[in-house]
Write a protein that binds this ligand. Structure first.
Ligand SMILES: Cc1cc2nc3c(=O)[nH]c(=O)nc-3n(C[C@H](O)[C@H](O)[C@H](O)COP(=O)(O)O)c2cc1C
Length: 315
């Protein structure tokens, strides 16, 4: 565990997940024990160019807890200009720089994991963010572009030299995207190479995985992404060995998530579509789940959705 600004004992960090890390999900994660949450990646240029139309991009929403804003882009100047806008409007506790997104659209424009092919530019971006804020700055890297260019140690040392407060490593190459296994030995190598805290990320699905990553790599904290989908309470399971979620707990967390995401929203008719994927994840493996899934697409009334969930759990 490590301290991030005023937040002590950070040991589990929910990963930034585009299309998923919204306010409602973050509130759920906080209720499950997350001390700090990430936004999904936000375009530095998009923030700078924010017009009235997308001003919502740079406003705090219903989640007022400690928040790390992750920026992506390729132009140091855009980062430099985006940081104060974010600081004023969103009031994050820290910034993170995305150097790992493998999506074709993102790397095609020279951002995300493409930065791992250009350490000089990546350095300028870290410098730009560092010089525009007093808040902690981190970088989230992969192992490298492909198996023939594993340059994570160069990036970790660069980040440390440039004053990053900690480093997050997801030890897959860009070429792997999300396939195969993350190579935790790379987390260990980073931990041995730098003095700043190291956050390990990749393929944590259980408390056992969490403990094994800590033991095998010596990392200071663990970041969890896909393992929290349908199971945000994995955080609670890790923090409290005696906690065993039963079906009542599962039902209640689904209903709570619907309340936060849909009922409390100004646009429930829009949010009900977005919550579907979560409900599919939550109910995976539950008996009656497959017929419920096909029914789910036709439910547009949140109260009907709540009623059906109550029924599924009482069957
Ligand atoms: C749907 C999805 C969206 C993601 N969005 C982001 C993102 O916005 N920023 C980022 O740094 N990583 C993003 N990632 C990568 C995750 O943060 C994480 O590094 C990766 O999923 C490995 O961790 P896991 O095995 O625990 O999921 C995303 C991954 C997925 C599956």
């Amino acid at each position: 565990m490590f301290s991030l600004g005023k937040i002590d004992n950070v040991e589990i960090i929910p990963a930034p997940l585009a299309g998923i890390s919204d306010a409602a999900f973050r509130l759920i994660l906080r209720e499950c024990g997350a001390k700090v949450c990430f936004t999904e990646m936000m375009s530095a240029m998009g923030i700078v160019r924010a017009t009235k139309k997308n001003l919502s991009l740079i406003q705090r929403d219903t989640d007022k807890g400690p928040l790390i804003v992750q920026l992506f882009g390729k132009e140091p100047e855009m980062f430099e200009r985006a940081v104060p806008i974010v600081e004023e409007n969103i009031r994050p506790v820290a910034f993170d720089i995305n150097m790992g997104c493998p999506a074709r659209k993102v790397v095609g424009s020279g951002s995300g994991a493409a930065l791992m092919k250009d350490i000089r530019l990546a350095t300028l971006i870290v410098k730009a963010v560092r010089s525009s804020t007093k808040l902690p700055v981190s970088v989230k890297i992969r192992s490298g572009w492909d198996k023939d260019s594993l340059n994570f140690l160069d990036f970790a040392k660069m980040a440390e030299d440039e004053g990053a407060s900690y480093i997050i490593i997801h030890p897959r190459t860009r070429a792997m995207a999300f396939s195969g296994h993350s190579d935790w030995s790379h987390i260990k190598m980073v931990k041995e190479a730098v003095k700043i805290p190291v956050v390990g990320n990749g393929d944590i699905r259980s408390s056992e995985d969490y403990l094994r990553m800590k033991e095998e790599t010596g990392c200071d904290a663990v970041m969890i992404g896909r393992g929290l989908l349908g199971r945000p309470f994995l955080i609670k399971e890790i923090l409290d060995k005696d906690f065993v979620p039963d079906s009542k707990y599962l039902k209640n967390i689904i209903l709570r998530h619907i309340k936060l995401a849909v009922l409390d929203s100004k646009h429930p008719e829009r949010e009900i579509f977005k919550i579907r994927k979560h409900i599919i994840w939550y109910t995976k493996g539950l008996k009656n789940a497959s017929s419920f899934r096909s029914e789910l697409v036709s439910i547009t009334d949140p109260y009907l959705l709540i009623k059906r969930i109550e029924e599924i759990f009482s069957e």
